[in-house]
Design a protein around this ligand. Structure first.
Ligand code: SF4
Length: 331
């Protein structure tokens, strides 16, 4: 499965400018996404997850700045360095067609006085004009609404006529109209009840299985949800990746102390997690305008050593499929 590279981030730094200082939201992040993968990106609020979702498609708007690194996307037979393309070009040839994003709270951002069909018309004007004409897109939308378990006639309804779960599936249908290779969903289930969460997860799984999308990035603070959908988990802490492992490995044996802390703080019926009991990570995440020197987790880490306060642990391979940034594993 892991052979076709879809997206690669190489040492990416992206900071928010605040007056005369930077907030280092994404700070030296490298990872790959392969065809067929569902990658769950997890971490507490303020860990840089949502910023990373925008960086993955190079949706960089002030005060966010792209500082350095490479964002490389597989487009057809070519690898395009998205960070070298102007925004207009990204809008014309990448967004909606090759990558698509369902931003946080997208389902609540739909204007209640506008029919869904009108949102689709706006999408055509903004992104799809060269790919399909409006009538073709409306036909495609009806089909995609059916694919996500809605009625084709729901495109003629107002958002307020749909439940929260239906609105979220409508947003997913609109984001996937042109079969983007990579779909990025930021907290797509956090505002939903359990039944609707399951429906959204099932919808995403179906879109990938039917190859309407090739790979999915699922951003969440909820490890139990990631377990249900993802094949791999990327754990972020304070703007950095601290662990990147297959989901089953990380659930059974989390390596980084922060990953362990996250798993121990989850209330879940999952037997592997439940048998360890519940505890909480002491302290709070650092201020990313002035992060700690050395390992950013050291002020909260029960395993802290002298080196942890002085040097930054690099993200290193510790097994065929596992990477961790901790001196417990790479001294
Ligand atoms: Fe803890 Fe040190 Fe590992 Fe950081 S590098 S997680 S402080 S043991």
């Amino acid at each position: 499965m892991k052979d076709t590279l879809i997206l690669s981030l190489e040492n990416v730094r992206s900071y928010y400018a605040k007056g005369n200082y930077y907030v280092k939201a994404v700070d030296g992040v490298s990872f790959n996404i392969f065809k067929g993968e569902v990658v769950g990106i997890v971490g507490e609020s303020g860990s840089g997850k949502s910023t990373l979702s925008n960086v993955m498609i190079m949706n960089i708007k002030k005060p966010l700045n792209f500082i350095e690194g490479k964002v490389i996307l597989n487009v057809g037979a070519n690898f395009l360095e998205l960070n070298t393309l102007p925004r207009q070009e990204l809008q014309k040839i990448i967004w909606g067609r090759e990558t698509s994003i369902v931003p946080q709270s997208a389902m609540n951002a739909l204007m209640p006085t506008k029919k869904i069909r009108d949102f689709i018309s706006d999408l055509v004007k903004d992104h799809f004009e060269r790919a399909l004409n409006e009538e073709e897109i409306i036909e495609r939308a009806k089909q995609r609404f059916t694919d996500v378990g809605l009625s084709p006639n729901d495109i003629y309804r107002y958002p307020f006529e749909l439940s929260g779960g239906m609105r979220q599936r409508a947003v997913i249908a609109m984001a996937t109209l042109l079969n983007p290779r990579l779909l990025i969903c930021d907290e797509p289930t956090s505002a939903l009840d359990v039944a609707n969460q399951k429906l959204v997860l099932k919808t995403l799984e179906q879109l990938r299985k039917r190859e309407i999308v090739e790979s999915i990035v699922f951003i969440t603070h909820d490890i139990a949800t990631v377990r249900q959908i993802a094949t791999r988990m990327v754990v972020m802490y304070a703007g950095k990746i601290v662990e990147n492992s297959p989901v089953e490995d990380i659930i059974k044996d989390p390596l980084h102390p922060y990953s362990r802390g996250l798993l121990l703080s989850v209330v879940t019926p999952e037997p592997e997690i439940k048998k360890r009991g519940i505890s909480f990570i002491p302290g709070t995440p650092p201020d990313l305008a002035n992060p700690p020197i050395g390992c950013r987790f050291h002020p909260r880490c029960p395993y802290k050593m002298d080196i942890c306060e002085k040097e930054e642990p690099p993200l290193k391979k510790v097994d065929t499929n596992r990477e961790v940034a901790c001196f417990l594993f790479n001294k």
